[in-house]
Design a protein around this ligand. Structure first.
Ligand SMILES: N[C@@H](CCC(=O)N[C@@H](CS)C(=O)NCC(=O)O)C(=O)O
Length: 226
C-alpha cells in the first residue's frame, strides 16, 4: 500500500515530512495541494483533513493531518522501514525528540512564522495593499530572537543535533522553518555559530534530497531577491 502525502512544498512542515519520507523505505506518493490557489479548502481535501492544512496523509482508509502526529503514526506503523535514528524506539531517546517537537510549534515555528507572515504573507495576500505595523514587526523580531536563542543556547549547547546524538525528525522540522526566512532575506543563523553549523550539518547530511525538496522555495526566494 502506498501512502498518499498531500503537500505544497512552499510549506515548511510539508518539506520536513517529505524529506523524512525520502529517507525511509515507506512507499509514498505526492499529491500536490496548491495553497495559494485555495486547494486546501476544496471538498475533496476537506475529506482528507477537515483541519484544511497541509501536510496531510491518506493511508488506506485512514487519513489525517498535523505533521508531528503524522510522523509519529508513520514511524510507528512502518517502524521496520524507518531507520531508527529518525524517531528512536528507545523510550528516553524518543522522549528527547518528542521534547523538541513539543517545543517546535510555539518555539522555532512560532518565531520563524511570525516574522515570515509579517514580512511576506500580509503583503502577498493583500496584493501589496497591507503591511505589518512597526509594532507588530518589533514583537515578531523579539520573539524570533528569543526562540532562536533557545536553539543556540539550549538545544545545540552541547549537541550536534537538536535531540540526541544523530539526525532525527526534530532537525528537519527546525531547518525547514529556518529556510523559510530566506525568502524574506533573513539569515537567522547570523551571530549564532552553533545554529549556523547545525543548518550546514543538516544540509550536508541530507543532500541532494534537501535541495531537491527546497527547489520551489529557492525559486520563491530568488524572485524576491531581484
Ligand atoms: N500544526 C500544523 C500546521 C500546518 C499548517 O499551518 N500548514 C499551513 C502551511 S505551512 C497551511 O496549510 N495553511 C493553510 C491555512 O491555514 O489555511 C502542522 O504541523 O501540520
Amino acid at each position: 500500500m502506498v501512502v498518499k502525502v498531500y503537500v505544497d512544498l512552499l510549506s515548511q512542515p510539508c518539506r520536513a515530512l517529505v524529506i523524512f519520507l525520502k529517507n525511509t523505505k515507506i512507499p509514498f506518493e505526492i499529491e500536490k495541494v496548491n495553497l495559494k490557489a485555495g486547494e486546501h479548502k476544496k471538498p475533496e481535501f476537506v475529506k482528507i483533513t477537515p483541519l484544511c492544512t497541509v501536510p496531510a496523509i491518506q493511508d488506506g482508509d485512514f487519513s489525517m493531518g498535523e505533521t508531528v502526529a503524522i510522523i509519529k503514526y508513520l514511524a510507528t506503523k512502518y517502524a521496520d522501514l524507518v531507520p531508527d535514528h529518525w524517531y528512536p524506539k528507545d523510550l528516553e531517546k524518543r522522549a528527547r525528540v518528542d521534547e523538541y517537537m513539543a517545543f517546535h510549534h510555539t518555539g522555532t515555528r512560532g518565531g520563524c512564522c511570525g516574522i515570515f507572515i509579517s514580512e511576506i504573507l500580509i503583503s502577498l495576500f493583500s496584493g501589496g495593499k497591507e503591511h505589518a505595523s512597526e509594532e507588530r514587526l518589533k514583537i515578531d523580531t523579539e520573539n524570533l530572537t528569543k526562540q532562536l536563542d533557545k536553539l543556540e543556547n539550549v538545544f545545540l549547547q552541547d549537541n550536534d543535533w537538536l535531540a540526541g546524538d544523530d539526525i532525527s525528525v526534530a532537525d528537519v522540522l527546525a531547518v525547514s522553518e529556518i529556510m523559510q526566512n530566506t525568502v524574506n532575506g533573513r539569515d537567522v543563523t547570523e551571530g549564532r555559530p552553533k545554529l549556523r553549523a547545525f543548518v550546514d550539518r543538516v544540509k550536508d547530511r541530507l543532500n541532494p534530497t534537501f535541495d531537491e525538496v527546497h527547489e520551489a522555495l529557492y525559486a520563491w526566494r530568488d524572485s524576491y531577491e531581484k
